[in-house]
Design a protein. Structure first.
Length: 231
């Protein structure tokens, strides 16, 4: 798996979050070749099979997903960064799609199509909505496994550590502003939909739609004003 050696995988872990443990079996094929960085606010007790591996590290960071991902990205030593969430899960074609993409070289910001697990049946609607948002509108979110070169990540200004939410959304808007391609990897990954069960499907979906629209409206306005002022 020489293709995997160019990869630094970054996983932020919040205080009290144990979902990263269920991600380890999916990462197993990569742990001998890729650099895997867990950016955590507290100590993580790694399983014995994951201890003593030089390229698997737990980095202690200040709280906040953007801060944790930025902190790990600064210390990453490989050419390509792959940002995962701790509750990300792979499908049978995730790694094969990743391999194909890395062998063909990364183009701009790339992302995976998304499915959900541990949620209500109505998540099929969200799955379709995510496909439209990311493939048609070109606005993927961080749970879709952003994949890009470390140089591009720095050029985009990293994740905003001051935004109250949507640091992933803002990074994509920055990519659009700079003319950086945003495109899907021909594969799929999964993320947990537990909050939709716990907080209610419609309430959670509506909240995400409103926040995304408000933030997107502000970013679009900012870009339009900036381009107008340059004329």
């Amino acid at each position: 798996m020489n293709w995997a050696r160019q990869l630094s995988i970054i996983i932020p872990v919040a205080s009290g979050d144990l979902s990263w443990r269920a991600l380890l079996p999916d990462l197993e094929p990569l742990k001998s070749n890729s650099e895997i960085l867990f950016a955590s606010t507290e100590e993580l007790e790694m399983p014995q099979a994951w201890q003593g591996i030089p390229n698997v590290r737990v980095l202690h960071s200040k709280s906040g997903r953007a801060k944790q991902m930025n902190h790990a990205a600064i210390q990453a030593t490989r050419e390509v960064l792959w940002f995962l969430h701790s509750d990300s899960r792979f499908t049978p074609n995730t790694l094969s799609s990743l391999e194909t993409t890395l062998r063909n070289s990364i183009q701009g910001v790339q992302f995976f199509n998304l499915g959900f697990f541990e949620g209500p049946a109505l998540m099929a609607v969200n799955t379709f909505g995510v496909w439209i948002r990311s493939n048609i509108l070109k606005l993927p979110f961080g749970d879709q496994g952003f994949l890009m070169s470390g140089k591009l990540f720095q050029k985009l200004g990293r994740f905003s550590e001051t935004a109250p939410y949507g640091e992933d959304h803002l990074l994509i808007w920055k990519a659009h502003e700079m003319g950086v391609p945003v495109k899907a990897v021909p594969g799929k990954m999964l993320t947990s939909a537990r909050k939709y069960s716990g907080q209610g499907w419609w309430a959670t979906t509506q909240k995400h739609l409103i926040l995304t629209f408000m933030q997107g409206k502000q970013e679009l306005k900012r870009i339009v004003i900036k381009r107008r002022d340059k004329k």
